[in-house]
Write a protein that binds this ligand. Structure first.
Ligand SMILES: [Zn+2]
Length: 110
């Protein structure tokens, strides 16, 4: 598998490792890119449905109601395989179950 440093799929900016983020409406591990995209870590790769809404809420700056009201035309998402130990990503679609996933979400309008 070709590994590469963690980079934003929308703007190619190099990104820091996901960090724990906790606020009133959010409890996740992720980060924010300078382009406004957010990323959320799924450590096991098995909870993507669960973190999907987390990522959208994060992209909406914690506004859960707005996240719920988004239509698929209003945001873009990307999913990358992610190795938390080396902070690298790949697109192999590994099925071993040992690979974490990073879900990126970016709102098309501010
Ligand atoms: Zn970006």
């Amino acid at each position: 598998m070709r590994r590469q440093p963690l980079q934003c799929p929308f703007c190619d900016n190099y990104l820091a490792s996901p960090v724990d983020i906790r606020s009133r409406s959010l409890d996740l591990t992720g980060g924010i890119c300078i382009c406004g995209a957010v990323y959320v870590l799924d450590r096991t790769g098995h909870n993507l449905g669960e973190i999907y809404l987390d990522a959208l809420t994060f992209a909406c700056k914690g506004d859960f109601d707005r996240a719920l009201s988004l239509t698929p035309e209003e945001y873009e998402t990307e999913i990358l395989d992610y190795d938390i130990h080396t902070n690298t990503t790949g697109r192999s679609g590994s099925r071993t179950g040992r690979t974490g996933k990073l879900l990126f979400a970016k709102l098309k309008t501010g």
